[in-house]
Design a protein around this ligand. Structure first.
Ligand code: DC
Length: 333
């Protein structure tokens, strides 16, 4: 048995508004929790005392919820309470976590349930993945590194000797066994059952990822996977096309950049820490080549979304970037 909560508001105390708000709320609860009418045992409804023109339980019956027990009652008058509000408790058969639904003015009652997405786009080495990880920690939300997914596609193509051509890639990507798992708060990229999180960071995989990400079949599959993950929870995604193509409706969008010499320095330090010998001039050239590939490809090129805020991190520390973006988000929430 599951107990599912919900609430909504009406703009005025009239029968039509109450019918429409209750119908909308119950249908959403039914849909979000994958319920059939027969799963629902009973629905308890309450309304604030400023609603007197129509029984919410009657609205529920009229909306099709007629095979379960329905009951509505008026709430006491509480000072400062959200006005014109209808609350529900749905008791339903079935297992799993209940997905509570708060609509219209009532969405603000449970800010913790409100899903939101932060889109961070920008060229490689701009610091966006470090910033994304930190933001995910600060807001206690999921971080999805979308670049890791393109890297996994590249690794698969490299290790199977697949040609970088649409026709050859289609069956490879169609059968791709790629899973994104989270353990100890870290993303793990699992390809064919093997954790390749480290292997995909190799420099030759970086260049191959940039090339493979230009193919339509690759982007289609990765974007589908990314949207599915993002639809489940509040999250921060970093990549090249998050604000323009993957989540164009993301609540918060930032385009993080830095000049190529600074980016080469940052990437070089990361690679040195992992034990790679680094030629900084070559690294800068490679970064510029990847920039060219990523921003000139036909499908979803690297580009700032019109509504994304540009953040140039060349002269900023990571702490400064995180503090700046966090403040911007908090101002809007
Ligand atoms: O962020 P990264 O360096 O790990 O990304 C590797 C490559 O994947 C990058 O050169 C471009 C591509 N990519 C993309 O096209 N779209 C994304 N959302 C993320 C990465």
């Amino acid at each position: 048995m599951r107990a599912i909560r919900g609430a909504t508001t009406v703009s005025c105390d009239c029968a039509e508004e109450i019918r429409s708000a209750v119908g909308e709320l119950l249908c959403k609860i039914k849909e979000e929790n994958s319920l059939s009418y027969s799963d629902i045992v009973c629905i308890l409804l309450s309304n604030t005392s400023d609603i007197v023109s129509f029984y919410p339980a009657k609205a529920a019956r009229e909306a099709g919820f007629s095979s379960c027990a329905l009951y509505s009652s008026a709430e006491p008058e509480i000072a400062g309470a959200l006005p014109l509000c209808i609350r529900v408790m749905v008791l339903a058969e079935g297992e799993g976590a209940a997905k509570h639904v708060y609509l219209r003015g009532a969405a603000n009652l449970r800010k913790d349930l409100k899903k939101f997405a932060i889109a961070l786009d920008g060229p490689s080495g701009s610091g966006k993945s470090t910033v994304a990880k930190r933001l995910a920690e600060e807001f206690d939300i999921l971080y999805l590194d979308t670049g890791a997914m393109y890297r996994a596609c590249a690794l698969k193509a490299l290790s199977t000797g697949c040609a970088f051509e649409e026709k050859a890639l289609e069956p490879l990507i169609g059968a791709l066994d790629l899973r994104i798992l989270y353990r100890d708060g870290r993303q793990h990229t699992v390809l064919d059952g093997k954790d390749v999180s480290e292997e995909i960071r190799r420099p030759e995989v970086s260049m191959a990822a940039s090339k493979i990400s230009a193919f339509a079949c690759v982007r289609k599959k990765m974007v589908e996977m990314q949207r599915k993950i993002a639809a489940e929870q509040s999250c921060v995604l970093d990549g090249r096309d998050i604000g323009t193509a993957v989540l164009p409706d993301a609540e918060f969008k930032f385009f993080i950049t830095a000049d190529s010499a600074t980016r080469a320095k940052r990437r070089g330090r990361e690679l040195e820490e992992k034990g790679y010998a680094v030629d900084y001039e070559r690294l800068r050239e490679e970064i510029e080549e990847r920039d060219r590939n990523d921003s000139t490809r036909k499908i979803s090129p690297l580009r700032r979304a019109d509504d994304a805020e540009l953040v140039d991190t060349s002269a900023m520390t990571i702490d400064e970037v995180v503090a700046y973006i966090k403040k911007k988000i908090q101002e809007k929430v």
